[in-house]
Design a protein around this ligand. Structure first.
Ligand SMILES: C[S@@+](CC[C@H](N)C(=O)[O-])C[C@H]1O[C@@H](n2cnc3c(N)ncnc32)[C@H](O)[C@@H]1O
Length: 382
């Protein structure tokens, strides 16, 4: 089991991942977090005049340490800007665990209001989200602002470096320490876009007469996901009363369900705030907003047990850069709690992921629906 104690230049903090699991093997912070905290301390960058924006960190490690340091100098609390509801939960949990006030949090579809003079930017996996965030952030910086990007060396490649240079102008880097490095930019050459709203992409699905909008962080923002297509092709017959779209992304499965069963109520959950925002817009533009609701949530946490008679799920296979089926497993386990006795969980996944055997941990019957060379659609019942 991994130890949650983070010893940084600003002292000790307990920083855990959320949700907390008994046999956690992954840390909630990394060497890049520690390196940037070291740098802030040795350069004495945090003062009563600091306005700090932290972007995209996963569980609040940097934000909590900076909060602590700024309280000591009677400065303003930092702002965390992220697309992740889990990051928001992590910040709340870790601030509370250390007796700190919770820094303010801005959801990624909104633009944090500056001026900020220190930005600590953890680079997201999605280049579209990175470009959008940097362009909206630049007009919110003071002229003397410094932008510090803590990275694990293995996560930075030429394409990403060039994208950063194109967005921010000339960059400099620190020496590497324990496979981490800092990349620096100053607010000089970057070209920002003064917009309260994220960049959007649109596509249409004529077969279902759907038209869909996507903010920059939404899964499948440029085209229909192949797995999503397979699930739409093998859609259940129904009708159903309460349908859940688990990991709803742009809301495509939820909206298709609402259109197919006019008497149904549909709820979509996603941990990405931009996804929830886009799905909400899509329900309105596709005329099903009166029966669809979208909420930011970690899987089905807090959802009333035995309430849904259908759960549709095209599960994620990574959490940012951490690959694996741990989120899918949590989605299946919680689905077993939330379904009514006769309820059905319909899952689409890559054939090689072996969801069929895994679903049997929670479901008495798991049936394969239709065949596709790459994907399987599975119907699981209690
Ligand atoms: C493969 S995409 C499916 C999107 C959409 N349902 C579709 O079929 O195109 C998986 C979705 O799960 C969401 N997700 C990831 N982790 C989650 C979590 N812990 N709780 C809820 N949703 C999550 C991702 O943001 C992503 O939108």
């Amino acid at each position: 089991m991994i130890q949650p104690l983070m010893m940084s230049a600003f002292g000790e903090l307990v920083i855990s991942r959320v949700p907390v699991t008994k046999k956690e093997t992954l840390s909630a912070f990394d060497q890049a977090d520690l390196l940037v905290l070291d740098y802030l301390k040795t350069q004495a960058l945090l003062s009563v005049n600091s306005r700090v924006l932290v972007v995209n960190e996963t569980f609040g490690a940097i934000t909590c340490a900076v909060t602590q340091a700024l309280i000591d100098v009677q400065g303003c609390l930092p702002v965390l800007w992220s697309d992740s509801h889990i990051a928001h939960l992590g910040l709340q949990k870790n601030a509370g665990a250390n007796g700190l006030p919770t820094a303010s949090f801005t959801q990624a579809q909104n633009t944090p209001q500056g001026p900020f003079n220190i930005v600590i930017l953890r680079l997201p996996k999605s280049h579209a989200l990175l470009r959008d965030q940097v362009q909206r952030m630049l007009p919110q910086l003071s002229p003397d602002a410094v932008i510090i990007m803590p990275v694990m060396v293995k996560h930075i490649d030429n394409a990403l470096y060039q994208l950063l240079e194109s967005l921010l102008g000339p960059l400099t880097t620190s020496l590497a320490r324990k496979k981490a490095r800092l990349i620096f930019a100053v607010n000089s050459l970057g070209v920002g876009i003064n917009s309260p709203k994220p960049q959007e992409t649109f596509w249409e699905l004529p077969a279902l007469a759907l038209s869909l909008q996507h903010f920059s962080g939404v899964f499948g923002r440029t085209k229909l996901d192949a797995g999503a297509q397979v699930l739409l092709d093998q859609f259940p017959q129904g009708p159903y009363k309460l349908v859940i779209d688990l990991g709803c992304g742009n809301g495509i499965q939820a909206i298709a369900a609402a259109k197919k069963w006019p008497d149904s109520k549909v709820i979509g959950f996603d941990e990405s705030y931009m996804s929830v925002a886009s799905a909400t817009i899509n329900a309105t533009s596709n005329n099903v907003a009166d029966r669809c609701e979208f909420k930011a949530n970690d899987c089905l946490t807090g959802v009333e047990p035995q309430t849904a008679d259908l759960i549709l799920c095209n599960p994620p296979f990574h959490q940012e850069r951490v690959m694996g089926d741990q989120i899918a497993m949590r989605m299946f386990a919680q689905s077993a709690q939330v379904l009514t006795q006769n309820g059905e969980l319909w899952v689409v996944g890559n054939r090689h992921l072996g969801y069929h055997a895994k679903l049997k941990r929670w479901f008495a019957s798991v049936e394969q629906i239709g065949a596709h060379p790459k994907f399987v659609v599975l119907k699981a019942k209690l």
